[in-house]
Write a protein that binds this ligand. Structure first.
Ligand SMILES: [Zn+2]
Ligand SMILES: [Zn+2]
Length: 140
């Protein structure tokens, strides 16, 4: 399923090929600081094209990941997990009316008590997420 997505100011447009409609919430402290709350993302997208790439800042938030945003309006465009060569896209960025389902929550052990989702999901702690990845790469 192909979807196109624009940042808030419209300068950056992404074409994304989605392979499913599953959404994950990440409660880790870095995602919450970056997003102002838990990050809701679709993690099965392929970035087909990106316009005005010179306006995209790729902030290296760790040795293994980059967080991309529009330099003009600050819209979050992607989380890029370098070892997996994988883009995760914030769900609010996508201009599509597909029926998405929140299927899992990660870093559930870092979720603060002041909010909680009522969705029925598979929940993983940070340690369980790390265990999924080879070596000691940390996917935050
Ligand atoms: Zn923008
Ligand atoms: Zn996170």
């Amino acid at each position: 399923m192909k979807t196109s997505s624009k940042c808030l100011c419209g300068a950056v447009e992404l074409e994304i090929e989605l392979s499913n409609t599953e959404i994950a919430a990440c409660h880790c402290s870095m995602c919450r600081k970056w997003s102002g709350g838990p990050m809701l993302a679709i993690d099965s997208g392929e970035l087909k094209s990106i316009s005005n790439e010179s306006l995209v800042t790729r902030y290296p938030s760790s040795e293994w990941a980059e967080r991309g945003f529009c330099s003009q309006c600050g819209t979050h465009l992607f989380y890029f997990l370098k070892p997996a060569n994988q883009y995760h896209f914030p769900i609010g960025l996508l201009d599509t009316d597909s029926n998405f389902t929140m299927t899992h929550q990660i870093f559930i052990d870092e979720k603060p008590d002041y909010y909680g989702f009522s969705n029925e999901t598979e929940n993983m702690t940070g340690a369980e997420v790390f265990a999924l990845f080879a070596g000691d790469e940390q996917p935050k």
